[in-house]
Design a protein around this ligand. Structure first.
Ligand code: GDP
Length: 479
């Protein structure tokens, strides 16, 4: 066999079934076309309709994006504070927030909203999002250029008067407001967003927002399941994603290509430690900086992986392994702490695997605690998410957006390790893990109130495939 990176995938594999376009300068972004050769799972095929929407959107970004006369006009309009009745181009500035997993899910959500509403997507670079990815749109940038005229836009909160929710509450827009809409609105969709903010998800909210040329959206969440609630979007979403559980899978593979620096981390690690294995299992152990090493969590990892035959059981010490051909299993552990990986590695050194497999255990980094605004820390996190996404099977920690991104890019339903009950005693959950019902990420703050009808509701009555998340029952995800 040729080394992985020298194998040429079928042409349409390299472009992921038409999700990606040919014609980018390959040297500027090696991952875009090379990653297909590293993926064991080819993934789902995008619908032709999604592919055509993406091509149209790329044209929109070129026609209206930074550097075009349309963009200069729109900025002038924004500075004037006045709205235009039918602007040439409309925009959404995305302010992703929190850890890298959260930020990736937030950016993907803003992109889908841009696709649905024909808005140009501009990503705010101030949170380090400019140092991790290649440009996704040919001939246009997705980064918000410096000098954006809205003062303090990057730090608005749900108290800011110009949020869509507050403007609606204060009748600056909507019933009782004057005829002319404002030039911009902030859309606040954090976990603590108010009922007014979240009225965004219904048709009435969308009708108001359509008239506003500039939106600045701030969220730390994967709000996509909420977008299915508006009738205006639902039919379109169903056409774009006939496989409802593959929304992030496609958006993620379209948008997020590691830049050359990160791709170096991914490819070198893969080539050195993972490439020769017959099976690659990823284990994401999400722990927090101050948390002590937990023998219970280690027991949970071993019992989950062995019970579901992801990792082999081991023979008693001293018992010799079976002779004969040995198949290689590589285990990729990601964690802020090294301890879990060290324990697993020792276990498979000191004991033979009962099924005769040769098991190697690897962990690229252990950063000890989460750091904010540090480029090298984010690059490692992104490389590790991406390496996890190359695995055949995944074990993830519940409620972690880091794991959600990996599973979505991989196109696999992971085994999710449940959180132990919070009852003061330290225990290993029983069962230790369960298979996720969907590879889609969970929307932790799924709306359960329709402000327009003043009605609490179970959203699955509106969208039957919108279910509560197994790892976070208040959240919603698409099955
Ligand atoms: P979540 O908090 O689990 O939802 O995931 P996020 O990615 O949003 O935030 C966690 C952040 O902590 C990551 O972005 C990293 O900065 C850091 N982190 C957590 N686990 C790991 C890990 O296994 N490897 C690396 N390199 N960083 C991690």
């Amino acid at each position: 066999d040729l080394p992985l990176h020298q194998r040429t995938p079928r042409h349409d594999d390299r472009l992921l079934g038409g999700l990606l376009v040919d014609g980018f300068d390959e040297r500027s972004c090696h991952s875009r076309y090379q990653s297909a050769t590293y993926r064991r799972n080819p993934g789902r095929r995008p619908s032709l309709y999604l592919v055509s929407k993406l091509r149209r959107h790329e044209a929109l970004q070129r026609r209206c994006g930074p550097g075009t006369p349309a963009y200069s006009n729109a900025l002038e309009q924004l500075k004037s504070g006045e709205s235009v009745v039918s602007p040439e181009c409309r925009y959404i500035v995305s302010l992703p927030y929190q850890g890298l997993g959260n930020r990736i899910l937030a950016a993907a959500s803003a992109f889908l909203y841009a696709l649905l509403t024909d808005r140009v997507l501009l990503l705010d670079p101030s949170d380090g999002m400019d140092g991790l990815f290649c440009e996704p749109f040919p001939g246009a940038t997705w980064l918000l250029p410096p000098g954006f005229p809205l003062q303090g836009y990057a730090t608005f909160t749900n108290d800011t008067a110009e949020t869509y929710g507050n403007r609606l509450r204060n009748k600056v827009i909507g019933a009782g407001a004057g005829a002319s809409p404002p030039a911009f609105a902030y859309v606040y969709l954090h976990s603590d967003a108010s009922g007014h903010d979240k009225s965004f998800f219904w048709d009435e909210g969308q009708a108001l927002l359509r008239r506003i040329q500039w939106l600045v959206m701030r969220t730390d969440n994967y709000v996509v399941p909420g977008l299915f609630l508006a009738d205006t979007f639902r039919a379109e979403l169903e056409k774009m994603f006939p496989e409802r559980d593959a929304v992030f899978h496609h958006l993620g593979r379209y948008l997020f290509h590691p830049n050359n620096h990160v791709w170096g981390l991914v490819a070198r690690y893969h080539d050195a430690y993972l490439a020769g294995a017959a099976r690659l299992v990823g284990v994401q152990v999400r722990v927090f900086g101050a948390q002590p090493n937990s023998p219970e969590l280690l027991a949970q990892i071993t019992s989950c992986t062995q019970k579901h035959r992801l990792l082999p059981e081991v023979l008693a010490t001293g018992e010799p392994a079976e002779s004969g051909a040995k198949s290689k299993l590589a285990v990729l552990v990601t964690s802020l702490k090294p301890w879990y990986q060290e324990k697993l590695k020792s276990m498979y050194w000191e004991h033979a695997a009962a099924n005769g497999e040769v098991v190697s255990v690897h962990q690229p980094s252990h950063e000890e605690y989460q750091r904010f605004g540090v480029g090298s820390h984010d690059r490692k996190a992104w490389a590790e998410i991406y390496l996890l996404s190359l695995a055949d099977e995944l074990v993830t920690t519940s409620q972690s957006t880091f794991g959600y991104v990996a599973q979505g890019l991989a196109g696999v339903r992971p085994w999710v390790m449940y959180k132990p009950a919070d009852n003061g005693t330290v225990t290993v959950p029983d069962p230790p893990c369960g298979r996720a019902a969907s590879m889609e990420p969970c929307f932790f703050a799924a709306p359960n109130y329709n402000l327009w009808k003043k009605q609490w509701l179970d959203t699955s009555t509106v969208v039957p495939h919108l279910k509560s998340c197994a790892d976070f029952p208040w959240g919603g995800l698409m099955l």
